[in-house]
Design a protein around this ligand. Structure first.
Ligand code: NAP
Length: 262
């Protein structure tokens, strides 16, 4: 990866995924126009290596037409991650229907707009993204893991899961690899919450974890997600156990899990 001399824009730059994107893009020599919604959430970005020289902050709001224009102008590419992400930290499973619909409609609109205007588009579709957080506050998808700790029961649900670093590496490779095109699905594994709890208990015997499912129904089925296409970018996924370990260790470092030990 090499971005020397290239200027790229990252929208939603203070968010969970985009903060890692900014970090990795800076590491590879890119200059970044980082669009943020709330300018009080940028402290963790300003401390990144290379930020002083190559990170330029812009403020914009998705619902204000034209507010992204000055940041995007002159960029070689745009990594568009900004979106309200309403996974409630208390219950990341309860994703409102409007969010699911908004993602489908936004992607459809992007494909139509790019086709009509001769813009090259690649869309990335990750499963539930977990891993260490650079931002100081807990985000909805990492809360899925956080919320299992200290509970009596685990939800009867299965999720496609992927490490945040693999998600951002795939974004950058999709930008850099000339043959990249179309849509990519990013899922390392699909696991039921019972399996996540089992691995967590093995890794951290002192964590207080649920031993019962929240209902008596058959366990929600897992399924397969093909890695074929994304592997063509050169990605080899971080194994789920490592992802889980890095997620928990980051939560511990941030002091978020200490009170949840047995
Ligand atoms: N995390 C996952 O598991 C997952 C899975 C699949 C897809 N995604 C997608 O990946 C992207 C990033 O997700 P994330 O988990 O990193 O979420 P996140 O941490 O909540 O980041 C979302 C970013 O979007 C910004 N934003 C929200 N409303 C905005 C508005 N009206 N105008 C401008 N910016 C706005 C937020 O800024 P403020 O905080 O300042 O409002 C935040 O920086 C989203 O498009 C999400 O739908 C995430």
């Amino acid at each position: 990866m090499s971005g020397h001399g290239q200027v790229v824009c990252v929208t939603g730059a203070s968010g969970f995924i985009a903060s890692w994107l900014v970090k990795l893009l800076l590491h590879h020599g890119y200059t970044i126009h980082a669009i943020v919604h709330d300018q009080t959430k940028v402290e963790h970005l300003l401390g990144l290596e290379g930020a002083k020289e190559r990170l330029h902050l812009f403020k914009a709001n998705l619902i204000e037409v034209g507010s992204f224009d000055s940041a995007i102008s002159g960029c070689h590419g745009v990594f568009h991650t900004a979106s309200p992400v309403p996974f409630a930290v208390e219950d990341p499973q309860s994703v409102p229907m409007w969010y699911r619909i908004s993602k489908t409609l936004a992607e459809d609109a992007a494909w139509k707009f790019c086709k009509e205007n001769g813009i090259e588009l690649i869309s990335m579709n990750p499963g539930m993204v977990i891993g260490p957080m650079l931002q100081p506050t807990l985000n909805g998808s990492v809360a899925l893991i956080f919320n299992l700790v200290g509970e009596k029961t685990f939800p009867n649900a299965a999720f496609g899961l992927v490490h945040v670093k693999d998600v951002v590496t795939a974004h950058i490779l999709a930008f850099e690899v000339p043959s990249a095109s179309g849509r990519y699905v990013l899922v390392e594994t699909v696991a039921h919450c019972s399996e996540i709890v089992r691995i967590l208990q093995e890794l951290y015997p002192s964590l207080s974890l649920p031993d019962k499912c929240a209902d008596d129904k058959p366990l929600a089925p897992t399924y397969q997600v093909s890695k074929e296409k994304v592997k063509s970018l050169g990605i080899s996924f971080i194994p789920f156990e490592v992802t889980l370990k890095e997620t928990v260790e980051n939560l511990m470092e941030k002091g978020l899990l200490s009170f949840k030990c047995k």
